[in-house]
Design a protein around this ligand. Structure first.
Ligand code: ARG
Length: 297
C-alpha cells in the first residue's frame, strides 16, 4: 500500500520523440457567422427521408432546448448567430443549411425537392434581401443548398443522388463563380452530402475533410481519396448517429454527442470536439450542421 505522498505524479506526455501525441498541427479557429431558425413549429408529420417516423413521439419543447444549447455553444465559441423567424406549417424550417449557399457574400437560394418544404425557400430569400445581400439568385434546378454543398475554401463539393439535381451543380458554379466537384450519394439514410461529409479545415492550402466512404458511389470514393488522401474516415457508428453533420471553425468541431469514434479521430488531428445533444432533431434526419447555414463574406 502506498501513501499519497509516495504516489508518483502523472508524467506529462512528451512533446516530441516516442510517446508524443499524434497531434501534428496547431489548429486555429476563425470567427464565423451563422444563420439559424428556432424549431418552434418542429414536428415530424411527413416522410421525406428514412429517419422520419410520424408514428413516433416528438417533443417540440426538447427540440427548442437542444437548438438553444447549440446556438449558445456557437456564441460561447465566439461566433455570431443570426436568426430567421420560424413559420407555422413549416416544421423543417429549422434546417437552415438547406436554404442557401453563401460564398463571398453571394447567395444561391434553394429549390426543394419535397413539396412540403418548398415554401421555406422564399422566407429565406426575403431574409437575405432584408439583411443587405445584393446578389441573391434563386436556382432553377432542385437545390437543397448546404445540405448538398460543402465549401472547402477552394472547391465546392456537391452531392446528388437523392435531393439536389446534378444540374444544380453547374448552376452553382456559374452563380457563385467557384469550382464545383460533383459527388454521388448512394445510401438513402445519407440522403444529403452534409450527413456523409463535412469540412474540418477550410482555411489552409490543404483543406481537410471527414467523410463516410460507404455513403458514396465507387467513383466518388475514388475522387474523394484523390482530393483528400489524409481525410478523417468515419465508421458505421459515426454515420448512424449523423456524426458527419459536424460544424468546424477550424479548431472547435461541434458534433452530435454519440459520435465518439469520430471525436477521437479528429482530436488526434489537433481539433477540439464539442459534443452536443441533438437527438430530437435527428428524428427528422438532422444534426448540428443541418440547423446551421454559414454566412461567408
Ligand atoms: N427532414 C428534413 C428533410 O428531410 C431534414 C433536413 C436535414 N438537413 C440537412 N441539411 N441534412 O429534408
Amino acid at each position: 500500500m502506498s501513501s499519497t505522498l509516495d504516489a508518483p505524479l502523472a508524467t506529462p506526455a512528451p512533446e516530441t520523440g516516442p510517446g508524443a501525441l499524434a497531434v501534428t498541427q496547431e489548429r486555429v479557429p476563425t470567427r464565423r457567422r451563422y444563420l439559424m431558425c428556432e424549431p418552434r413549429f418542429f414536428t415530424v408529420e411527413y416522410v421525406i427521408n428514412p429517419w422520419m417516423r410520424p408514428d413516433q413521439p416528438v417533443s417540440t419543447e426538447r427540440a427548442v432546448e437542444q437548438w438553444t444549447e447549440l446556438k449558445r455553444t456557437y456564441e460561447r465559441l465566439g461566433h455570431q448567430v443570426e436568426t430567421i423567424e420560424p413559420q407555422p406549417g413549416l416544421p423543417d424550417m429549422v434546417f437552415a443549411a438547406n436554404s442557401g449557399t453563401v460564398i463571398d457574400g453571394r447567395v444561391l437560394g434553394a429549390r426543394f425537392r419535397a413539396e412540403q418544404r418548398s415554401a421555406e425557400a422564399e422566407h429565406y430569400r426575403r431574409w437575405f434581401l432584408e439583411h443587405g445581400y445584393r446578389s441573391v439568385v434563386m436556382p432553377e434546378k432542385i437545390n437543397e443548398a448546404e445540405g448538398d454543398f460543402a465549401w472547402t475554401g477552394g472547391l465546392l463539393l456537391a452531392g446528388t443522388g437523392f435531393r439536389t439535381d446534378p444540374g444544380a451543380h453547374a448552376e452553382a458554379q456559374e452563380v457563385l463563380g467557384v469550382p464545383v466537384v460533383s459527388l454521388r450519394l448512394v445510401d438513402p439514410r445519407y440522403y444529403h452530402l452534409d450527413v456523409a461529409l463535412f469540412v474540418l479545415d477550410d482555411q489552409s492550402e490543404r483543406p481537410l475533410v471527414a467523410y463516410y466512404p460507404e455513403a458514396f458511389s465507387a467513383g466518388s470514393q475514388r475522387v474523394l481519396r484523390r482530393l483528400f488522401p489524409d481525410a478523417v474516415i468515419a465508421n458505421d457508428a459515426d454515420a448512424e448517429c449523423l456524426g458527419l453533420n459536424g460544424v468546424s471553425d477550424g479548431r472547435n468541431v461541434v458534433l452530435p454527442k454519440e459520435a465518439t469514434h469520430l471525436a477521437e479521430r479528429i482530436a488526434e488531428r489537433g481539433f477540439e470536439p464539442v459534443l452536443v445533444d441533438i437527438s430530437e432533431l435527428r428524428k427528422s434526419g438532422g444534426g448540428p450542421k443541418c440547423c446551421t447555414m454559414e454566412l461567408r463574406g
